[in-house]
Design a protein around this ligand. Structure first.
Ligand SMILES: NC(=O)c1ccc[n+]([C@@H]2O[C@H](COP(=O)([O-])OP(=O)(O)OC[C@H]3O[C@@H](n4cnc5c(N)ncnc54)[C@H](OP(=O)(O)O)[C@@H]3O)[C@@H](O)[C@H]2O)c1
Length: 238
């Protein structure tokens, strides 16, 4: 019995991941979780649940509902901008503590809380994957452009947590893979305000992105655990 759970199944990339997982014959049971836009289950082996990564009791309830061993835990939540928040900062002069805290909460603390309640469900005796959508802009080594201070810093924190969790989990789960993933620039509400001026072909559709991300995860081995990987499998610097 192979089981997968996806957090953020109502998002742009998350919805496509949910469809891809539901259609993947590898999984006998697929759980799709969302905060607001809960997807319609397309088949009886697909189940849905609500959660809010800011609300730890909702994660405790989800873990109790889903129970059992999970072969894949995939987190597709995240935040770059929303109505009511200042735009991603171009300068340190625009830093706003409340906006910064929200970006940290959604991009770093939320996934960490999901890890707290769902890494215990990974099996010790076979391969299992814990994956989270991060972003290339969270790579400190790759940062030549600056800007977007809060988002970049929150994703850098997420990348650090990924490596930390890989080390900790590796001690008890030698076959586990923990990975942060950069999906590329993908056509979703998150990237839409920033797509103008990008070269033709740089913005990828959600369905091919979902297929690439799952293909990349399928190739990763335990000795690669903890890294940041692009959709095409390239390892990126932290
Ligand atoms: N799109 C890109 O080009 C791109 C590039 C690099 C990295 N990424 C990363 O990829 C991930 C997915 O991005 P996307 O483009 O699919 O964005 P999206 O369409 O905005 O989806 C983000 C999802 O996160 C959910 N979410 C936010 N806060 C939450 C919370 N507290 N609890 C539960 N769910 C929460 C949102 O739920 P609601 O619908 O309820 O708000 C939404 O479904 C993000 O981590 C993003 O940083 C995306």
């Amino acid at each position: 019995m192979r089981r997968a759970v996806l957090f953020g199944a109502g998002g742009g990339i998350g919805a496509a991941l949910g469809q891809a997982l539901a259609a993947d014959p590898v999984y006998d049971e697929v759980w799709l979780g969302a905060r607001s836009a809960l997807p319609e289950p397309v088949s009886t082996h697909v189940r849905t649940f609500r959660f809010d990564s800011d609300d730890e009791p909702s994660l405790v309830a989800a873990a109790a509902l889903i129970g059992g061993e999970l072969d894949l835990v995939f987190i597709a939540t995240g935040l770059l901008h929303r109505e009511g928040l200042p735009s991603p900062e171009k300068s340190f002069r625009s830093l706003d503590p409340a906006a910064m805290a929200e970006l940290y909460r959604v991009n770093a603390i939320g996934p960490a809380m999901i890890a707290k309640h769902f890494m215990p469900l990974l099996p010790r005796s076979r391969r299992a994957v814990f994956a989270v959508l991060s972003a290339r802009v969270g790579s400190i080594g790759d940062n030549k452009l600056g800007g977007w201070h809060s988002y970049r810093a929150a994703k850098a924190a997420l990348n650090m947590l990924t490596q930390n969790f890989a080390i900790e989990l590796g001690r008890s789960h030698p076959q586990a893979v923990v990975a942060a993933l950069h999906p590329g620039t993908v056509d979703t509400p998150l990237s839409r305000p920033f797509q103008r001026g990008l070269p033709d072909g740089q913005v990828q559709p959600v369905d091919t992105t979902a297929a690439s991300l799952l293909g990349t995860l399928a190739q990763l081995t335990p000795d690669q655990s903890g890294g940041l990987y692009a959709w095409d499998g390239t390892r990126l610097p932290w």
